[in-house]
Write a protein that binds this ligand. Structure first.
Ligand code: PLP
Length: 449
């Protein structure tokens, strides 16, 4: 029974990003199965999962081909590592497939099991690159406030979440943060194009402050996901790219969310015309069916790294089962035209429908990039006012109304975000927006009362 499961869960399971009091008051929702875009809980309620789990189930739930690929690989070779000059067919095949799929000359991959691990790898990788090139003093990495790059000490330091930094002594040394390109929330009264340039030029100012000979890399998500689906003004990325080139610092695109179709192309770097030296991947590479992450690097970076033994690696770097699952996932995304369809059909349709939410009295802004969307809740939309109560209260209320109306949306403070499976149909998008409207009406009423 659900209550017993919840009691056991609260007694023994420490959850990520969950307050213990909340679990004790009202147990966790127990999710038992899923198919397509729909999750079912232990009490038989169905939810349209507008978050694709944690932005990862790009292919949708219940694809047996992936289970079969895992089973086949487990029977053949369930585990072997890729250390000390050994390798195996699934890792070789996946590295080759990723080199074909990624843009530019990102032809080399270092495997990990998650985005956090991959970003930890990147810290050491870019520093090792500069050491090899005779510039060991180039250590600093510049990131952005409110960025999310993972939960390990290194990756959370790269991230710019102040609540995370406040726990456990982060950021680690030599990581710096500039402001995010969040025009709606922070660019009031400015022109978006000017604002984009101003925020990008903070990178230049930071490089000059630290000294260009001290800076190794800049890292950014093409679209900030966990920060609230924040799409930078058009002027931002070209300027970032120009500054990285001018000062000879490596550009790391964290594509953990944006990669594998989310923005309507295979990679966010293609959507925003970014030419990174290093790219972080995870989530959609295996649609979350098996844990996999990685760092893709350019020919030049690989050549420099291959000039030494990079003393870094995980037991599960290039795990054969996860590689086999990822290969099958990528085959389906490609052969069924799922990524192409997002770009040509589903994303434009979501944009049309999602933007209607901007008319709701509680919504200050509705924006979409590919199959990622967000709305900003505001008590006074004409002035883009924020709620007086602690940020997130209105968002939390709205999220709970979504749940009770069969919709899973996430709240980031008082922004509601979505990132549904890429296989979502137009009629499922209609349902998503209808349920969001109902939840907004209920939240609006509750916040007024
Ligand atoms: N980078 C980005 C942009 C992410 O959104 C996430 C997770 O949400 C990560 C890194 C960390 O990935 P993981 O949770 O697989 O460690």
């Amino acid at each position: 029974p659900t209550a017993e499961l919840q009691a056991l869960d609260a007694a023994h399971h420490l959850h990520p990003f969950t307050h213990g009091d909340a679990l004790n008051k009202k147990g966790a929702r127990v999710i038992t199965r899923a198919k397509g875009v729909t999750l079912t809980d232990s009490e038989g309620h169905d939810y349209l999962d507008a978050m694709a789990g944690l932005w990862c189930v790009n292919i949708g739930y219940g694809r047996e081909e992936l289970a079969d690929a895992a089973a086949r690989q487990m029977k053949e070779l369930p585990y072997y590592n890729t250390f000390f000059q050994t390798t195996h067919v699934p890792a070789i095949a996946l590295a080759d497939r990723l080199a074909q799929l990624t843009p530019y000359d990102l032809n080399h991959v270092f495997f990990a099991s998650s985005g956090s691990e991959a970003n930890d790898t990147n810290i050491r990788l870019v520093r090792t690159y500069w050491e090899q090139k005779g510039h060991p003093e180039k250590k600093a990495i510049i990131s952005r406030k409110n960025a999310y790059h993972g939960s390990s000490m290194g990756s959370a330091s790269l991230g710019g979440m102040s609540a995370m930094h406040a726990q456990g002594g982060m950021p680690i040394p030599d990581i710096h943060h500039i402001d995010q390109p969040y025009w709606y929330g922070e660019g009031k009264d400015t022109d978006p194009a000017e604002f984009g340039l101003e925020r990008a030029r903070q990178l230049e100012a930071k490089i000059l402050e630290l000294g260009e000979d001290k800076v190794a890399a800049f890292i950014g998500e093409p679209v900030q996901g966990a920060g609230g689906v924040i799409v930078a003004p058009d002027t931002y990325w070209p300027e970032i790219q120009r500054i990285c080139k001018k000062y000879n610092i490596l550009l790391i695109a964290d594509e953990v969310i944006c990669g594998f179709g989310r923005t309507g192309k295979w990679f966010g770097s293609e959507t925003f015309d970014i030419n990174p030296d290093v790219m972080t991947i995870a989530k959609g590479v295996s649609s979350g069916y098996a844990p996999l992450g990685g760092s893709l690097v350019s020919d030049e970076v690989a050549e420099v790294l291959n000039g030494c033994e990079f003393a870094h690696g995980y037991t599960y770097s290039g795990h054969p089962v996860t590689c086999a699952v990822a290969l099958e996932n990528l085959r389906i995304l490609d052969e069924e035209g799922i990524v192409t369809r997002v770009g040509s059909e589903t994303a434009p349709y979501l944009k049309e429908k999602w933007e209607t939410l901007a008319a709701h009295p509680l919504v200050g802004e509705a924006s979409v990039c590919g199959l990622m969307g967000s709305i900003a809740l505001s008590p006074d939309k004409a002035n883009r006012a924020k709620f007086a109560a602690e940020a997130g209260t209105a968002g939390l209320i709205c999220r709970e109304h979504c749940f009770s109306n069969g919709l899973i949306m996430r709240h980031v403070g008082d922004r509601m975000v979505i990132s549904p499976p890429l296989v979502i149909t137009k009629s499922e998008i209609d349902t998503l927006v209808e349920r969001a409207n109902i939840a907004l009406d209920l939240a609006h009423k509750q916040l007024k009362d």
